[in-house]
Design a protein around this ligand. Sequence first.
Ligand SMILES: Nc1ncnc2c1ncn2[C@@H]1O[C@H](COP(=O)(O)OP(=O)(O)O)[C@@H](O)[C@H]1O
Ligand SMILES: [Mg+2]
Length: 264
Amino acid sequence: MRATKVIRPRPSRRPAAGTRLDAQLRGIQRLVMQGELAATAVHEISNLQTIVLFNAGLLKEEHKGDAAVARHVEPLLHAAGLVAALCNQLRNLARPPEAHPQWLELNAVARRTHTLLQRIIPRDLLFEPDPGVTGSVIADPGQVEQMLINLVLNARDATPAEGGRIIVRVGATRGRRPFLEVEDNGTGMTPAVKARLFQKFFTTKAPGHGTGLGLVTVHRLLEGMGGRIEVRSRAGRGTRIRLVYPPAPAADPAGGAGLYPPNP
Ligand SMILES: Nc1ncnc2c1ncn2[C@@H]1O[C@H](COP(=O)(O)OP(=O)(O)O)[C@@H](O)[C@H]1O
Ligand SMILES: [Mg+2]
């Protein structure tokens, strides 16, 4: 007797709309859970790091003058400092600190930051202010400084101590939008690196040197202000990263007080 051929319905290759939605929801829930997990982990790590930093500091203080102790304690302090910075960046990424936008002259903010950086960066670090002084923006000064510091530190990492040149420049686009840019004559980027520049945790640096959170933060802050980033880079030639801000009134509408009410 011939066996009856059983024909089973073939499953459709495309999942039903409901299933797709389900998968999307599951994906979102997973992301939320991962975010919460990360926030908890950052909190715990930060607490432990405070203990390490505090005790390493005490050890250094109590054994002042003991070269052997200093040799062992210094890397501890350095590493704990790096962990603190990483925790801060991760925290800001999850919930950026409240911004206090005010009327700013980009030239003034850039000059101040440039002076600060000149002391700690052993490179030819030049400053070219906007000759037309068109660079007024409404932004949180701390955020603008943070963006500039991120760009200059990246430029430092990409340039050699000998012959490395970094230019911090203020100007305005043809559309009269103020910009702040950092140009270097360093390693430049391959198209593959350029494509992943704004990906969270993307770094080409050695562990302990890069977090891959710098440009993501810059991008996020600038987007929040309604600005945009322009990147020009060629491998082996150098990089120019330009932060274009939305234009602001040429004079401080707050009459020099300079303070705008914080974001609602
Ligand atoms: N000025 C630059 N020149 C060359 N590469 C750069 C420059 N700025 C950023 N990059 C590349 O982009 C990556 C991501 O930068 P960033 O988000 O600041 O993270 P991190 O500095 O921690 O690596 C860097 O690791 C580097 O590969
Ligand atoms: Mg960086």
